[in-house]
Structures are given as C-alpha cells and as structure tokens.
Design a protein around this ligand. Structure first.
Ligand code: PLP
Length: 413
C-alpha cells in the first residue's frame, strides 16, 4: 500500500475553498527529503543540489527549496526569469540547456549563472552572444553507447541529443582555457528515473575519471562535477525507494578511489534532481464525476491528461488511492479516464480499486514533478491550480487555476 499525505477529512475541508482538480504539494515532505539529500552528501563540503525547475516551476516551491540550501537548474529563458523574480541569482543558478537560443545565454550571463555548455560549438556561440567566456564554466558529457550497471542496460546515451563526446570535451577544456576560463565543471545525465542505488556512483566514477584526464592533459582545473538528475522514485507500490544515504556513500567511495589519489581533493559535487525532490510530495486531487458501464467499467474524473500527461505520454503508472477507502478491498476493475477526445486520456487501465462512487475523491500519487509542469490546453482545458499544504496543515494557493480569460488572452478577437 502506498501512503498518502492527505486524508479524506482534509480534502473535504479544502473543498470549501478550492474546487477539484488541483495539484497538492506537501511542504513537510519536501523539506525533510531535501535535508536528507544534504545529509547524504555532507561528506562533500561544497555539495549543492540545483533543483530542476522544469519539474515544478513554481516560485513558492523554488523558494522553499532555496531555504533548504538548493540552487536552481534552469533550461530556458522563462525559467531563468522565474529565478530572477524569486531573487535567486549568481552561482545559485545552473543553466543546463541544449539547442540554446541567444537570449537565454544573455540572461544566464547577466544573472551570473553557471553555464553548462551542451556542445563544443556553443563556446564560440556563447562568446559571440555575450561577448566573453565566463571564468567558471561547465561542459556536458555524453559517452555514447549504452549506460550499463552490472551488465544491465539502463539507458541509451548514444541516441541522446545532449552533450559532447570525450575528445570534444577535452578539446573544449583546452579552448575554454585559452579564452580565459579559469575553472570548469563536468556534467552528465545518462539515465532517467533510475531505481538502482548504483546509478549515481557508477556515473560519478566515469565523470571523476574524465575529470582527472581533463585536468592532467589540459591543465584546466576541474572544480565541480554535476551528477545532474535521474535518481528515480517508486511510482509503483511494490518498488523500493532510492536509498539516498547508500547513494551518497557509493559516490563518496568513487571520490576516494579516483579523485583523491589524483590529488583532486576539493572537487565540489552537485546534483540537478527534479523528480527525486518533488515527485512523491505532490498529488493530483480529482473527483469521480461519472461512472460508465459498457465494454469496460469506467470512472470519469474531473482531471484529464492536460493536468497530468505522463500516463498518456509514456503509459506511466501513477498509483491511485480513493480517499477514505484506503483499507477497502480492491475488487473492482476500472479504467479511470479524463474527458479529452483522445482515448489515451486514461489515468489507469484495468486497475483494481475499491468500489468508487460518484463524488469520491481520487488521489493520484507522485505528481509533484513533471506533473502540472507538463500541462497543456488541448480541448480548451484550463490548467489546474497548485496548492501547497503547509507545515501547519493549512493550505496556500501557489498558482490559481486558469480561467477562460487566460485562455482567450493570446487570441486576436
Ligand atoms: C530533466 C533534467 C533534470 C531533472 O531530471 P529528473 O529526472 O527530474 O531528476 C536535471 N538536469 C537536466 C539537464 C534535465 O534536463
């Protein structure tokens, strides 16, 4: 059974002020998890998490993570603007982008962000666009091939559009140094939503070895290593949670074995986690508004794929709890659907759930990252509100739901 952070009584109470559907975030869970991440990497004095803003681009969320010591990882102009509005700037921003438009580099440079270059050609592009090469800069690495842990394929970087090859990265270090950079970082994101505690340690070892090679062959000091995102969460009830302390310890061992013998004892580590930071601490609250009995049993809810795209897009599993029926037997098989004119608008297919009545609240789990953020307006659907469940149990609307006026605002009438 998967726990929820909210009860039926609370949902009934909230209903007086916020109509469903909405995304709800758990401040207590977010803060506690961020503290654990920092504890797990406390052995590395400069460690910093740059929260992947794209996962949950909301100022209130960004602010509370910033209070926990996190910087922000941005990938676009508007994400950078969000940071500026929240008052986060300088080296608290990592700018990890690809196919980067010039305006994005200009704002990143103006804010003093650490710029992570996706390609060797971006060195000249950045220099031409902003007029200089920053003293501290980062390069994104892509080793190609398959990313494997203990002979199991985790992902396929050879097909990924991101990053530079090893020879390119070595050449980039050389060119950057000639152009005035004084220190660099190395970044890579080689597997997504990993549930294996070895992902970060295996990745770290590869990046540490590359860092030693870069520093020894080019003389460019490598002062930080960015392990990026990819630590996963257990979407399914039978999956285990990543053990962040085991992960931190595995990375520490690789650090001791690779960097320390090379005399690189003060390399700072960073991460750009999105899903791990927010995923489990958000849920989509929706209500059953119809039941339909045809060739299958359907429950129609008031949310749709515009509120949560992952099931429609990747067939992703999101657990569903029927509020107040947590302990009821799951003896009814349903497709849980939204109202889009697309048959993939289903939050669950052939899911065993308790008997659902119209009016029941359904809690769709693990929507805190890449949930509301991936929302869209198909079928004229309006994007839902985001609500923060604060530590004292009260709620705060951190983004109101869209109104028809918002929908019409960009049109020429
Ligand atoms: C998406 C992304 C992340 C966050 O990934 P998660 O899977 O949410 O941890 C971090 N860095 C970059 C560059 C990304 O594109």
């Amino acid at each position: 059974m998967k726990e929820t952070f909210i009860t039926l009584e609370q949902l009934q109470h909230f209903q007086e002020t916020v109509p469903t559907p909405y995304h709800l975030y758990d401040e207590k869970g977010i803060r506690a998890n961020a503290k654990q991440l920092y504890q797990a990497f406390a052995w590395n004095p400069g460690f910093k998490e740059y929260f992947a803003v794209k996962a949950t681009p909301n100022p209130a969320i960004m602010q509370l993570l910033h209070e926990e010591g996190c910087g922000m990882d941005c990938s676009s102009l508007t994400e950078l603007m969000l940071c500026e509005r929240v008052g986060i700037r300088g080296e608290d921003i990592m700018f990890s982008s690809n196919d980067t438009p010039p305006e994005d580099f200009q704002l990143a440079a103006r804010l003093g962000a650490i710029i992570n270059l996706d390609d060797i050609t971006h060195i000249d592009f950045l220099e031409q666009t902003v007029g200089y090469i920053p003293k501290k800069i980062s390069c994104r690495f892509n080793p190609g091939g398959y990313f494997e842990i203990a002979n199991a394929i985790m992902d396929n970087p050879g097909e990924a559009k991101y990053g530079m090859t090893r020879p390119q990265l070595l050449e980039a270090a050389h060119i950057l140094q000639e152009k005035g950079a004084e220190e660099m970082g190395i970044h890579a994101f080689l597997a997504s939503n990993t549930t294996n505690n070895d992902y970060y340690p295996v990745l770290a070892r590869q990046l540490f070895e590359l860092a030693v090679e870069v520093q020894q062959t080019t003389g460019m000091p490598v002062t930080f290593i960015n392990l990026s995102g990819g630590v996963g969460i257990p979407y399914r009830p039978e999956q285990e949670k990543a053990d962040i302390f085991a992960i931190g310890e595995g990375v520490r061992r690789a650090y001791e074995e690779v960097l320390v013998p090379a005399g690189m004892t003060d390399v700072k580590l960073c991460s750009e986690l999105g899903r791990f930071m927010l995923g489990p601490y958000g849920c989509l609250v929706t209500k059953a508004i119809h039941e339909k009995h045809t060739h299958k049993e359907y429950i129609g809810v008031d949310a749709c794929a515009c509120d949560l795209m992952r099931p429609a897009m990747y067939g992703a599993y999101h657990h569903i709890t029927v509020a107040g029926k947590e302990n009821a037997p799951c003896d009814c098989m349903y497709d849980v659907t939204g109202s889009l004119c697309e048959n993939n608008d289903k939050f669950a297919v052939d899911r065993l759930l308790p008997k659902i009545n119209v009016g029941d609240f359904l809690i769709i789990h693990d929507t805190g990252a890449h949930g509301h953020a991936m929302g869209y307006n198909y079928n004229g659907k309006l994007r839902s509100a985001e609500i923060l469940l604060q530590e004292d149990g009260s709620i705060r609307m951190i983004r109101r739901a869209e109104t028809p006026e918002d929908y019409f605002a960009t049109l020429d009438f």
